[in-house]
Design a protein. Structure first.
Length: 309
């Protein structure tokens, strides 16, 4: 009876994990929906900071339950901000991630409880504590990896996109039209940066100041190169300088920085390879080169020291 119950619970937990991951990564970036959600969040943040009550739906019920826990609202705010930094700004992203983390935590504790059955109390306590720590920290590390991956994609896409933006500006189009054109051209090559540009254009069309829209872009991405790009665009618009020339110079600077980062990564490769060489390769080389000689010497000594006949 117990193995059947554990198998049923394991299947249910795996199904919940698969559903959570699918829902979290399924939807594409929607700049208009992101803008509406941002306006709603800004309207909420104007008033006094109090627990947010989300109405309707299973995911909102999970978020409300987490928010009732001490420190839950702060965790939800930090997680929502980190999801935005990872490019996951769908309306249900926070709820799906919260379900994923809670389900993974329960799954880790259930598996540990299954393997710890029959042990003494102290061993069970230590094992459950380790399962709780692992179940809580591992999804956070996956989210941190998603943030780094998203920022790396934006960083790699920036030089070519800035070059194309300078070329389109040179044809006589306005900045908003140029950014929209660049986002359409780069949609299938660099979809992340194209979505960010489209979001900025949507915000400006909705009546927001361009400087504030670029400031929000910098806050969403957290990349210094995008911050410098926003500063160049805002200063060129304010002082009336040629933006296409400034973007061309800035694109060259971005390429130079990318080449320097590649050279630094190549220089670090030797140091990073030191640990696997020492741990995995050198012991095997010692075994291959020394063990046959040691066996021959031991065999010769055993035969030479044997009883004389």
């Amino acid at each position: 009876m117990m193995p059947l119950l554990y198998a049923t619970l394991t299947a249910a937990v795996l199904a919940a994990l698969v559903w959570s991951g699918y829902e979290l990564f399924r939807s594409r970036e929607d700049p208009l929906a992101a803008r509406l959600d941002e306006l709603q969040a800004h309207a909420i943040s104007i008033g006094p900071r109090r627990p947010v009550r989300r109405r309707g739906g299973f995911l909102n019920g999970v978020l409300n339950a987490i928010g009732m826990v001490p420190g839950g609202e702060e965790w939800l705010r930090e997680t929502e901000e980190e999801l935005a930094h990872a490019g996951m700004r769908q309306r249900a992203a926070l709820g799906v991630y919260a379900c994923f983390q809670v389900t993974f935590l329960l799954a880790a504790m259930s598996v540990m409880a299954y393997f710890q059955r029959g042990n003494d109390g102290l061993t069970i306590l230590v094992g459950m504590a380790a399962a709780m720590v692992l179940g809580w920290l591992l999804p956070k590390q996956v989210l941190h990896f998603g943030v780094r991956r998203y920022r790396r994609k934006l960083q790699d896409a920036l030089p070519d996109t800035v070059d194309l933006l300078g070329v389109v500006l040179g044809t006589g189009l306005s900045l908003d039209q140029s950014m929209l054109r660049v986002s359409e051209e780069m949609e299938f090559i660099y979809p992340e940066l194209a979505a960010e540009f489209a979001t900025v254009v949507m915000q400006v069309k909705a009546g927001q100041e361009r400087a504030k829209a670029f400031k929000q872009l910098v806050r969403r991405t957290g990349i210094e190169d995008i911050k410098a790009l926003a500063a160049n665009i805002v200063q060129s618009e304010r002082f009336g300088t040629s933006l296409s020339v400034a973007l061309r110079i800035y694109a060259d600077s971005l390429r130079r920085n990318r080449r320097l980062r590649a050279e630094a990564a190549v220089a670090k490769a030797g140091i990073k390879m030191l640990f696997p060489i020492v741990v995995f390769i050198l012991p095997a080389m010692f075994v291959i080169t020394l063990v046959p000689g040691v066996i021959i010497v031991m065999h010769s000594m055993s035969t030479g020291l044997g009883p004389a006949r």
